[in-house]
Design a protein around this ligand. Structure first.
Ligand code: IMP
Length: 415
């Protein structure tokens, strides 16, 4: 992001984490500013003005108002462009659904937009005593006042989408871009019949890879051509950018995880698109200068379904002993598991330009954390782990998942 500088600060739990400021670099007793470029393209820095400021009070006033402008630009950026992108830091299944649902309920953004690959992703939302496994509808749907959008980069399975709209009762507020690729039965068939995808890669066989291949060849159908989808069609990029320009909040939901990215993941054991934060923005039509936060979600341990290396993979018995047994939301396959991987976490922070972290399932490595909603009530063991994650990645852990319910979260934003 242009004009952005970084400094280390102490996080609420005491670890060193990066502090971001735009256009100016702040420390306790010093302010330096980016030179302002004048209309004649020459730089009007503060050096000259500073030399004169004692003899000319009016110049001092000018400097003060310029500094105010820089300050207010920094805060203006986060208030007027509250665009938060939520992405996965490992191999998917980090708990993005829960994090997005929580942020939606708390922050009540004007728009919640889903980017990412398509119905191969399953996001679980547990809300009001019900469990929703969502493959198409944005996970923030519990926020009743929010418009729900699906960006043109996403492949859409009309059958899955229409069922989920009915299940979540969101027909009146969901919008689908007419340029979304359409997954057809023949795509699902092709993946099921492909030994390469089914056996070697371990695809979810949702048809999304085959649809994306057709799309690259410009043979896929798009949502605008499907009569049963016509009532949901919307200009997603137009709507999202209008909201941002008017100072409204936009929450963006990515799918899968960093190391399933077609470009940055463990090729060929990966999905059929890039899934890092910049790709998710492009899926919707949000330019990089409009993003205010990138929230990277890690689970407290790593899981993986399908094929591909999982460093530190534990035996099935050990996974059971630790209570880490999980099954895939879309396929029902048992997930392999390994302890938290700091090398992967650091790389995911880099690839996504993460500004803050969410850490889910802390109660599965520290059972006394179960259901806790205040940081000071977390057991010491959990706090030590959170501090280690912050220290190793250099980013603050602002959301801590402590149980399956959407509201089982410690929220340290603003702490
Ligand atoms: P595909 O994208 O369905 O073809 O699957 C390709 C690889 O990504 C396989 O290893 C899948 O198990 C994995 N994968 C795709 N989507 C998800 C997801 O949402 N969570 C976890 N793994 C996924």
């Amino acid at each position: 992001m242009p004009g952005q500088t970084a400094k280390l600060r102490k996080s609420p739990s005491g670890s060193l984490v990066e502090k971001r400021a735009f256009g100016c670099c702040l420390s306790d007793n010093q302010i330096t500013t980016t030179p302002v470029k004048g209309p004649d393209e020459s730089y009007r820095g503060f050096g000259q003005a500073n030399q004169k400021q004692h003899s000319d009070p009016s110049l001092q006033q000018i400097i003060t108002s310029l500094l105010d402008a820089v300050y207010s630009k920094a805060s203006l950026r986060s208030t007027l462009m509250p665009c938060n992108i939520v992405v996965g830091g490992f191999f998917g299944d980090e708990g993005k659904g829960k994090v997005v649902a929580y942020l939606a309920l708390r922050d009540k953004p004007a728009v919640i937009a889903r980017g990412g690959v398509g119905p191969n992703a399953g996001h679980t939302v547990e809300f009001n005593g019900r469990v929703y496994s969502l493959r198409m509808v944005p996970s923030g749907f519990p926020s009743q006042g929010s418009r729900l959008l699906i960006g043109p980069g996403v492949s859409v399975d009309p059958n899955v989408l229409v069922k989920e709209i009915a299940l979540t009762d969101t027909g009146e507020r969901i919008g689908l871009d007419p340029r979304c690729g359409v997954v057809e039965e023949r795509h699902i068939q092709a993946e099921a019949e492909s030994d390469h995808l089914s056996r070697r890669v371990g695809s979810t066989r949702s048809g999304v890879g085959a649809c994306n291949a057709d799309r690259a060849l410009r043979k896929a159908k798009i949502a605008g051509e499907i009569p049963e989808l016509s009532r949901y069609l919307a200009d997603v990029a137009g709507e999202v950018n209008r909201v941002l320009d008017d100072g409204g909040g936009v929450l963006v939901e990515g799918t899968q995880g960093t190391f399933l990215s077609l470009y940055h993941g463990t090729y060929p054991y990966c999905t059929s698109k890039d899934v890092c934060a910049s790709a998710i923005c492009s899926d919707i039509g949000i330019g990089p200068t409009k993003v205010s936060e990138v929230t990277l979600v890690f689970k407290s341990y790593v899981t993986r379904v399908g094929e591909g290396e999982l460093q530190g993979q534990l035996s099935r018995e050990e996974v059971q002993r630790r209570g880490w047994v999980e099954y895939g939301t879309v396929t029902g396959r048992e997930r392999r598991a390994a302890p938290f991987n700091f090398d992967l976490a650091r790389r995911a922070v880099m690839l996504n330009g993460a500004t803050q972290l969410a850490l889910t399932k802390v109660d599965l490595i520290s059972p006394d954390a179960r259901g806790v909603r205040r940081f000071e009530d977390l057991p010491e063991e959990a706090v030590r782990f959170i501090e280690e994650v912050e220290g190793e990645t250099g980013r603050p852990v602002v959301l801590i998942g402590t149980g399956p319910s959407t509201l089982d979260i410690v929220d340290r934003r603003g702490a």
